[in-house]
Design a protein around this ligand. Structure first.
Ligand SMILES: Cc1cc2nc3c(=O)[nH]c(=O)nc-3n(C[C@H](O)[C@H](O)[C@H](O)COP(=O)(O)OP(=O)(O)OC[C@H]3O[C@@H](n4cnc5c(N)ncnc54)[C@H](O)[C@@H]3O)c2cc1C
Length: 176
């Protein structure tokens, strides 16, 4: 049976999966190093405490179980060998007839002060978004508990003025 391997279980990979699985003559393997699909589009809500954690993830095993010809493999992609049509994973090899690569992108950080760089945290990963969320919650808690902190202003400086910065500025000022 024709084997389609999809690397990356996010928006791109899942959209491809939904199309490909319609063909009953193929079997599909979806590979991702996370067991979940993190809904990046909910990232700002997650950071600002505007949505629940479990509303921002989709279980990939459960998703794949909806389709008879789809299997989920929780593993990390290390190397692709087009010669032998194989994908080398952290825990083995997956042979493919057709390969779909949907591994996403890496955020480009423009040159900036090292101190800013070291303190920055992205919303692109679930962990990054959760770290920011916890940071805000911890700061708020400190102010609630401590007379010293309560007297200080809680200033959030958003550096950058692109789409993400605008979204963060609006949401954090509303919630916090
Ligand atoms: C906070 C935020 C809000 C956004 N809001 C919007 C919006 O409102 N509208 C919009 O259109 N776009 C929005 N975007 C952009 C959108 O999320 C991205 O364009 C989209 O996620 C790209 O999808 P993708 O499938 O190509 O890659 P990704 O979503 O990055 O997925 C890549 C997948 O590959 C997996 N992966 C990566 N490396 C490996 C490896 N080595 N081995 C195994 N698996 C691996 C990852 O775990 C991930 O599941 C937003 C982005 C962010 C960060």
């Amino acid at each position: 049976m024709h084997h389609v391997v999809i690397l990356g279980g996010s928006y791109g990979g899942i959209a491809a999966l939904r199309r490909v699985q319609i063909n009953r003559d193929v079997r599909v393997t979806l590979v991702d190093h996370h067991p979940y699909h993190y809904l990046q589009t909910e990232g700002y809500e997650l950071i600002s405490g505007d949505t629940y954690f479990d509303k921002t993830i989709v279980n990939l095993s459960t998703l794949c179980a909806n389709y008879e010809n789809v299997t989920f493999r929780h593993s990390s992609v290390e190397h692709i060998d087009p010669e032998t049509k194989s994908v080398h994973l952290s825990d083995g090899i997956e042979m493919y007839d057709t390969l779909i690569i949907a591994l996403g992108s890496v955020t480009k950080r423009f040159q900036c002060d090292a101190r800013v760089y070291n303190y920055s945290s992205g919303a692109k990963s679930l962990l990054g978004a959760l770290k920011l969320n916890r940071f805000f919650q911890d700061e708020l808690y400190k102010r609630l508990e401590s007379a010293r902190y309560a007297k200080e202003n809680f200033n959030i400086i958003v550096r950058g003025a692109g789409l993400s910065a605008a979204e963060m500025r609006q949401r954090t000022s509303y919630v916090y």
